[in-house]
Design a protein around this ligand. Structure first.
Ligand code: C2E
Ligand code: MG
Ligand code: MG
Length: 658
């Protein structure tokens, strides 16, 4: 039973093995011309030697018909040689080839055995030789098609051996035995070869499968490595790869160049703080969708990280087009976002730079787009800004200041001025705000807004804060005990608990009681990392120092900060004072902040009072602590003693007060 099953398997097509079927067809296709060449040459040779001794139908017409069959098959093979068959079609094709091999085997054997009785012993030997060489050649050509090879071998050998045995000639009987034994050996060779062939095909297909799997994995990895998983936009790495490719292309071909845009969201941090990070993620996803909707041929968007996105205009655009595209981007980003059942308002600012005009390297053009974005964020939020030479001057100045600041002897170049904080009710100075000053040999006096902003970007601010805090505390130690020191901090100063700890340590080591020290922090600094800011400010507060919210009203003015952070004081920004005595809106704002502070039990300092009329209005609204040029400009430490003698001693009378 087992043998029969193996025989059936040997004579059938491996239907369940598409790879093997495909390889068999391919290998067999390559041997076909050789197979028919052997058949044609051998058949013609035998036919020629028998023309004179055998009837014409046997020596001329039959071989011509057989050869014609071979030629027809050859032509059909030639025509279909490039055809690629699906597995469904390859199996019947293979089956057809096996049957055709059998039919050819029967046809050629029959013809040669019919021819055998004619002619001399030599001619008979030629027929025997013909059968032997043809079957050998045929079997070798059919090696990859085990079923066809075995079929042909058995048909030819069986018919030949039987025929020879019946002749009764001992020589022919010996030949029959010989052929049969050789045939059996050949069958084994065919089997062995076929096994090796199948093994190689399987090994190759496994190798191919593993290569494809590796390729798929590496394709997946590449995709993951270049796509931002939150927004599905290309990520920073992919953005820079495109930037590099575009710059190489532009420099190589002398092409017109391209434009780089950097987009930053305004108000995103507030969404994160107020609604949580999950909502923040939803907003970023929505931003991704909106940006993708604006993508068009040659315009690509990417997420560079956080709330920063990039855009590449592959072909250089005119300034008008960039402004128009930039405005469309800003407009789409400022549409309301639905988060956690609420509606969040955000806006986007975009800075554009052109390659190679704004920068001839990837880093340079990116930096310039960043500079344009910076200018936009400072003065033109929610609009596109194109990098210009004015920004260039700003960058030069900025890098000059950075350089000087890096190499400055901060201990000797930095100093402080102090501006009194005055209580209009008690008519006494209650504290002094320390304001940083930097005098550099090369740059002269640099405004605090400028050097502090630059220092904040380079983290040099940490060192600056330490130097100034030491100096401020040294001065404060000499003031009357009822005066407090108000000291400005930057966002970076409170961005880790370790830094907050360092500030506390400096205060504690100074000998100035912590309750006499108030740290001022702006709203925008707090919003950088709300949770960390809260942790740091709480630490400072626990150490006994006071905490003030500076420049209130200039940031996002979210009253939720006042509730959620441990402030003692709110300082109303001086921008409201300019028209507080003439503009009822400004007056209302100041009044509502004063009321808020009163209700929450917070101290309120009104900054920037320059005229007695402004002072009269704010005091009438209930302000008590005030600060401004009207009372005193910031002064050198050495001038404080003289000032205190006047202000503390006799007080300062404010117009309209009794
Ligand atoms: P600020 O903390 O709001 O400081 C008040 C600013 O308003 C000071 O400018 C002060 O000179 C100015 N000022 C005071 N009264 C008036 C007035 O009546 N009219 C006008 N027009 N201005 C007035 P300054 O010294 O140029 O400082 C600017 C800003 O730089 C400060 O604003 C503060 O945010 C920052 N800053 C100053 N010193 C330091 C510091 O040591 N560390 C940090 N991190 N920031 C500092
Ligand atoms: Mg301040
Ligand atoms: Mg202020």
């Amino acid at each position: 039973m087992v043998r029969l099953a193996r025989l059936r398997e040997a004579l059938s097509v491996a239907e369940g093995d598409p790879e093997l079927v495909r390889s068999q067809l391919q290998a067999f296709g390559r041997q076909i011309p050789l197979l028919y060449f052997i058949l044609l040459v051998n058949t013609m040779a035998v036919a020629i030697t028998h023309v004179n001794c055998a009837p014409a139908w046997l020596s001329i017409y039959a071989p011509i018909a057989l050869c014609a069959l071979c030629v027809i098959r050859c032509v059909r093979w030639w025509r279909a040689r490039h055809r690629v068959l699906t597995h469904d079609k390859a199996v019947p094709e293979l089956r057809k080839l096996i049957w055709l091999s059998g039919i050819f085997g029967i046809a050629f054997s029959t013809w040669s055995l019919l021819l055998f009785p004619y002619g001399t012993a030599y001619q008979q030997a030629h027929v025997a030789f013909y059968i032997a060489t043809t079957v050998l050649g045929g079997v070798f050509c059919l090696m990859h098609l085990r079923a066809a090879a075995l079929l042909v071998l058995s048909i030819v050998i069986l018919s030949f051996a039987t025929f020879m045995v019946f002749t009764g000639s001992p020589v022919f009987i010996a030949m029959a035995i010989d052929m049969t034994l050789v045939g059996i050996a050949l069958a084994f060779i065919v089997e062995l070869y076929y096994q090796t062939f199948t093994g190689v095909v399987h090994a190759q297909s496994e190798l191919l499968a593993s290569q494809q799997k590796t390729q798929r994995l590496s394709d997946d990895n590449f995709r993951l490595a270049s796509i931002d998983s939150l927004t599905d936009l290309p990520n920073r790495r992919s953005f820079f790869a495109s930037l590099r490719a575009l710059s190489e292309q532009a420099l190589g071909s002398g092409g017109s160049g391209f434009n780089v845009g950097l987009i930053d969201l305004d108000g995103f941090k507030q969404v994160n703080d107020i609604y949580g990070h999950a909502s923040g993620d939803l907003v970023l996803q929505e931003v991704g969708v909106r940006l993708l909707a604006l993508a068009e041929p040659g315009i690509f968007f990417a997420r560079l990280g956080g709330d920063e996105f990039g855009v590449l205009a592959q072909h250089k655009q005119s300034n008008e087009t960039l402004v128009e595209l930039g405005q469309r981007i800003c407009d789409t980003l400022s549409q309301p976002y639905r988060v956690a059942g609420n509606v969040a308002e955000l806006s986007g600012t975009i800075g554009w730079a052109a390659f190679p005009e704004a920068g001839t390297t990837v880093a340079q053009v990116f930096e310039r787009a960043d500079a344009a974005l910076y200018v936009g964020k400072e003065s033109r939020r929610g609009t596109p800004v194109i990098f210009s030479t004015e920004h260039e001057t700003r960058i030069r100045r900025s890098s000059l200041v950075t350089q000087e600041l890096r190499h400055a002897d901060l201990d000797s170049e930095l100093f402080l001025e102090f501006q009194p904080i005055y209580d209009v009710i008690s008519q006494r100075t209650i504290g002094l705000e320390a304001l940083g000053r930097w005098h550099n040999a090369r740059l002269g006096a640099v405004k605090p807004e400028e050097f502090i902003r630059i220092a904040e970007r380079t983290e040099l601010i940490l060192r600056i804060t330490e130097v100034l805090l030491h100096k401020a505390l040294d001065e404060a130690a000499r003031w009357p005990a009822e005066l407090y020191l108000s000291f400005n901090l930057s966002a970076i100063d409170i961005c880790t608990s370790a830094r907050a700890r360092r500030l506390i340590d400096i205060v504690q080591a100074s000998g100035v009681p912590p309750h006499r020290v108030s740290f001022e922090i702006t709203e925008t600094a707090v919003t950088r990392d709300f949770e960390q800011a809260r942790a740091s400010l709480t630490m400072i507060k626990k150490a006994g120092c006071r905490v003030s919210l500076d420049d209130f009203g200039t940031g996002y003015s979210s009253l939720s900060y006042v509730h959620r952070l441990p402030f003692d004081t709110i300082k109303i920004d001086r921008s409201f004072m300019t028209d507080v005595d003439t503009n009822s809106a400004s007056k209302k704002i100041v009044k509502s902040v004063l009321d808020l502070c009163r209700n929450l039990g917070l101290e309120c300092v009104v900054e920037g009072l320059e005229t007695s009329s402004q002072a009269a209005v704010v005091t009438a609204l209930g302000a008590r602590a005030v600060q401004g040029y009207l009372f005193s400009r910031p002064m050198r430490a050495s001038a404080i003693a003289a000032y205190l003698q006047t202000a503390l001693g006799q007080g300062y009378a404010v117009e309209g007060q009794t």
